[in-house]
Design a protein around this ligand. Structure first.
Ligand SMILES: Nc1ncnc2c1ncn2[C@@H]1O[C@H](COP(=O)(O)OP(=O)(O)OP(=O)(O)O)[C@@H](O)[C@H]1O
Length: 347
């Protein structure tokens, strides 16, 4: 059950810039890729927070920082109040154990030379306290059963499984240390649509069974709506909008979110009626040279000349982030509402 009163993870003004260099011997800094640039959100206990956005908007970089695979350039990731980038030794190990990742591609993320038993049980080498040597085989078989695979497959190799089964193996591995948080980076994108639904259902069942909190990263907006309690929309390293699934999908306030959602296919012809497709013109600007002023302006169908100069900082303000406050659905665009009132419409 989602508990909005307990933010298990608090992300504050997170920034990740990758330096750009030139030259082989004498490396000269020539700028930076601004992959993530001032992102703030909470992940509440037991909830699924969907993180969506176009390719290159910084979703995976956020995911990697959440599991400490990448160090932030600045900002904080607080796990139960502790900044994980400042932890070391035993405290860091404990956090790592509690925040696990499920990767996108089940075909490349599993070592083909290892048996399924070794893959799922590998985390126990680093955390033997969770499963002492003699109990590992039984624990791995239990995990296979939990994710819907035959425990007798423990000695098989990844190539002997289908894509969906491999992703179940990846999920079992993610569960091995009994984490509290799973960061799932596009966990169903590489799978067939029919298999996607099975894996999403499995994730939902496991969430109930183990009280997991999910950061669920995806570009498929329909899948994200199905699984998420709240949704964060990213664009060019920043958050456009953050709200409950109903707020984001039924009443998006940010023009970028409105455009993104207008492209989602709607099967019901009645629901489709009167729904205008908003075309996002132009390419996403390079994160190495993002536009000054409002970053969204280049793809925004409501953009005005003043957007180029104003709204330089579109990070969601601190007081609007978080759990159960009065404003759960902030629009990061200061012009969105008054433009709508002034009758601006999609071209
Ligand atoms: N190690 C790196 N060095 C330099 N640039 C990087 C690095 N990792 C990511 N980037 C850049 O940071 C930006 C954000 O990348 P990221 O992978 O987080 O996006 P994404 O939203 O997950 O995209 P996708 O859905 O395609 O995976 C991209 O422009 C990417 O090229």
């Amino acid at each position: 059950m989602t508990d909005p009163s307990e933010a298990i993870l608090q992300v504050r003004d997170l920034v990740k810039h990758y330096p750009l260099t030139q030259g082989i011997i004498f490396r000269k800094h020539v700028g930076a890729v601004q992959a993530v640039d001032g992102v703030s959100f909470d992940l509440n206990r037991g909830e699924t927070l969907g993180i969506v956005g176009e390719s290159g908007c910084g979703k995976s970089t956020v995911a990697k920082m959440l599991v400490n695979l990448e160090q932030p350039t600045s900002g904080q990731i607080l796990y139960k109040g502790d900044d994980i980038s400042k932890l070391s030794g035993r405290a860091l190990r404990a956090v790592r154990r509690n925040i696990q990742m499920v990767f996108q591609d089940p075909y490349t993320s599993l070592n083909p030379r290892m048996t399924v038993g070794d893959i799922i049980g590998e985390p126990y080498d680093i955390h033997p306290e969770v499963a002492p040597k003699g109990s590992r085989r039984a624990k791995v078989q239990e995990l296979l059963d939990v994710v819907g695979l035959n425990p007798e497959y423990i000695n098989r190799y990844p190539h002997q499984f289908s894509g969906g089964q491999r992703q179940r193996i990846g999920i079992a591995r993610g569960l091995a240390l009994r984490p509290e948080i799973i960061v799932a980076d596009e966990p169903v994108s590489a799978l067939d649509v029919s298999v996607q639904a099975q894996v999403v259902n499995l994730l939902e069942r496991l969430q109930d069974e183990f009280g997991l909190s999910y950061a669920f990263i995806a570009h498929d907006l329909s899948v994200v709506r199905h699984i998420s309690d709240r949704v964060a929309v990213m664009y060019l390293g920043r958050l456009a909008e953050l709200g409950t699934d109903t707020e984001i999908y039924d009443h998006p306030t940010h023009p970028y979110t409105q455009a993104l959602l207008s492209a989602v296919p709607v099967p019901d012809p009645e629901a489709r009626e009167g729904r205008a497709r908003i075309i996002l013109s132009g390419d996403v600007p390079s994160p190495a040279d993002p536009p000054s002023g409002c970053r969204f302006r280049t793809r925004c169908w409501k953009a005005q000349a003043r957007c180029a100069a104003e709204v330089p900082q579109l990070a969601v303000p601190e007081h609007l982030v978080g759990a159960g406050g009065p404003v759960e659905h902030p629009s990061a665009c200061f012009f969105a509402e008054d433009m709508a009132a002034a009758g601006h419409s999609a071209p």
